[in-house]
Design a protein around this ligand. Structure first.
Ligand code: ZN
Length: 275
């Protein structure tokens, strides 16, 4: 897509303020891209492997908890510790309802079929999940990841009923790299769910985000175990790369990144033209 330049005032001889579609987004501290590392479903390997690795590298991430997951009841103090370490405990609903009428949903338990759950029930459950998460971490703001990317319940789309309770929503599959931060809908952020990729492949994706000057959204599941797994080696290689290139990549919770994006989305880019 060609960059379109709007008519804009020139504020000084060496400096011009212009609104340019597709121009680099003004990330904090001159970073080239933002990186959201997210981990869905409260899988045990996230507590065992992902969080210790993130903490070793001093990187912050978002963990989307399905509140009915056994690790919530059994390892609650570890999730609390993750929040204290700066990670976001994100909402991934109480029961992880997905649409049974979609392909490849043989694994779905009938009582958790989104097709037979009322939109109003989803609304109540997702808001209750926020209350339970607040009891865990004391936070009043967080983000949501839609289970399976499915949001049409019985009686309609439930996302409009819960949207106001979130900073932002990760809502479904995509390449992971955002095309344009200024046109991104904070309530329909596409994610990439890598499975079995190598460290080099993961790093190539974050480099694409840097080339575009936008953001990359990874939604991992198991790390070094569990379902839809990424190996510990590949995960470690990605984290090592991000930690070694902090100036280029702003890796933070989806909550922090999207709060920043929402404030800055409408501002024109400030160019400082060098001679
Ligand atoms: Zn999930």
């Amino acid at each position: 897509m060609a960059a379109q330049e709007a008519a804009a005032p020139v504020a000084g001889s060496d400096r011009a303020a212009r609104t340019v579609s597709g121009a680099p987004f003004p990330w904090p501290h001159g970073a080239r891209a933002a990186v959201s590392l997210a981990y869905d479903d409260a899988a045990p390997s996230q507590l065992d492997n992902a969080i210790p690795a993130l903490n070793r590298h001093g990187l912050k991430a978002s963990f989307y908890l399905e509140l009915a997951s056994p690790t919530i009841a059994q390892r609650m103090e570890e999730w609390r510790a993750a929040a204290r370490a700066g990670h976001e405990l994100g909402n991934h609903s109480l029961f992880h309802q997905c649409s049974g009428s979609q392909p490849d949903r043989a694994w779905l338990q009938p009582r958790r079929d989104l097709d037979t759950t009322l939109a109003g029930q989803m609304q109540e459950q997702v808001l209750l999940a926020n209350t339970l998460l607040q009891a865990l971490d004391g936070e009043h703001e967080r983000t949501y990841t839609v289970p399976c990317g499915d949001h049409v319940a019985r009686g309609g789309d439930y996302l409009p009923l819960v949207r106001a309770s979130f900073v932002a929503i990760k809502a479904g599959p995509g390449s992971g790299v955002i095309d344009d931060m200024r046109t991104l809908d904070p309530y329909a952020v596409p994610v990439l769910a890598p499975v079995g990729l190598t460290g080099a492949q993961l790093i190539a994706i974050v480099q694409r985000a840097a080339q575009r000057g936008t953001m990359v959204n990874f939604t991992f599941h198991g790390i070094g175990g569990d379902h839809l797994a990424t190996s510990n080696e590949a995960h470690e290689e990605l984290l090592r790369y991000l930690a070694a290139h902090r100036g280029e990549y702003w890796t933070d919770t989806f909550r922090s990144i999207m709060k920043y994006v929402k404030v800055n989305q409408d501002k024109p880019t400030q160019y400082k033209e060098t001679k």
